[in-house]
Design a protein around this ligand. Structure first.
Ligand code: SAM
Length: 357
């Protein structure tokens, strides 16, 4: 007999609470401000073209908009399914127990244990990941599966030094030294504990805003250009020309999604077994300006809202110049100072709101 769910549905569905996430360039801290700056604009359909954690898409969903979330990384688009597209499906306590159970009659694949020894997690943790990833892949309902993926991705991120997969640095976590950064207790908390917490957070985020929302997974330039408003938060290149390569920073999570084909996608020359690189205009400082031109032309009939930083490449002036050349009316808004990181003292968060004329 199925165990009764420990979550009372009504209690959960009232919460509408965006989960805690750790992600480079997340706008979670700015989402209220962004909404404050655009709430007067008349629009119903909206695309979050570079969705990431979904923090802005979620704020728009919370305000009754018909939201389409997009991100080029498959793991992110599953997060979009779990908390943006999903209107009502939750993971119950018995679902969680099934996901976490290692069953005797199953011969689990061992790709992570075989290929990632000493890279990101301990042997026991790699074994746990192989089991749980497999169990998640057998869940039939796509939204339940998405919530389970969400919890697995967040658990993987929270246990990593710097919350990234950019280096083979398990040793940083295991060294018995006094640290000035990071949180060893969080790193060493069992996967299972994190996983259960993140399922609860995702359950608390699920709600129905009365209109259909969607999650898609493609290059922003391939999404239909039919939206009243498009929110654009591209990967950021700073004034030194250093950008954030999201595919590289989070390759392990995409590998989990492509588990059965992972061996063909890995660059085995790299010590940390990243995925083979693919060109992305948003991390090419010499060409990124053309990315903006293409976006502006692709979404020519939409109101465009860019999140940007005052010391980015290209400069705000460059972007506004292109917008003016495309015959658009533009307004700038500067946020009050919220620092991203200790190292980043100079840049301010900016919104460029651009209307077709
Ligand atoms: C600055 S982050 C967005 C952060 C997001 N607003 C949030 O609050 O979490 C940029 C995102 O763009 C995605 N991305 C990179 N290239 C892309 C492309 N060509 N099309 C769509 N998304 C892309 C990255 O995977 C990353 O999640």
């Amino acid at each position: 007999m199925q165990q009764p769910s420990l979550f009372a549905e009504s209690e959960i569905q009232l919460k509408n609470k965006f989960p805690s996430t750790r992600y480079q360039g997340s706008k979670a801290k700015f989402a209220d401000w962004i909404w404050h700056e655009i709430s007067h604009i008349s629009f119903q359909t909206v695309l979050d073209a570079f969705g990431g954690t979904g923090s802005v898409a979620y704020k728009l969903k919370d305000n009754g908009k018909a939201v389409t979330y997009n991100d080029i990384l498959p793991f992110n688009s599953i997060i979009g399914k779990a908390i943006i597209e999903n209107e009502s499906v939750l993971l119950s306590e018995s679902d969680i127990n099934l996901i976490l159970e290692e069953r005797k009659n199953i011969e689990y694949p061992t790709f992570i244990a075989d290929n990632f020894k000493d890279i990101y997690y301990t042997d026991d943790e790699n074994h746990w990941l192989d089991i749980v990833r497999y169990n998640i892949s057998t869940i039939k309902n796509e939204y339940k599966r998405a919530i389970a993926w969400f919890a697995l991705f967040q658990s993987c991120i929270i246990k990593r030094p710097y919350n990234l997969f950019h280096r083979k640095n398990l040793y940083v976590r295991l060294m018995d030294v006094k640290r000035s950064f990071g949180n060893k207790k969080t790193w060493d908390t069992p996967f299972e504990t994190h996983f259960r917490n993140f399922v609860h957070e995702a359950n608390n985020a699920v709600f129905n805003n009365g209109v259909e929302c969607h999650s898609v997974n493609t290059d922003a330039l391939n999404v239909d250009s039919k939206f009243d408003l498009v929110y654009i938060d591209t990967p950021y290149i700073n004034d030194k020309g250093i950008g954030v390569d999201y595919a590289d920073f989070y390759h392990f999570l995409n590998g989990l999604v492509y588990y059965d084909n992972w061996a063909n996608l890995i660059d085995f020359e790299s010590k940390h077994h990243r995925l083979k690189r693919q060109y992305n205009i948003w991390s090419d400082k010499d060409n990124i300006i053309n990315g903006f031109v293409q976006l502006i032309e692709h979404f020519e009939n939409s109101i465009l809202v860019f999140s940007y930083r005052s010391n980015g490449i290209p400069s705000i002036e460059n972007i506004v110049d292109i917008l003016i050349k495309h015959n658009r009316h533009n307004e700038l808004r500067y946020s009050r100072d919220i620092k991203y990181a200790l190292s980043d003292t100079k840049s301010k968060e900016v919104l460029i709101i651009s209307y077709p004329q």
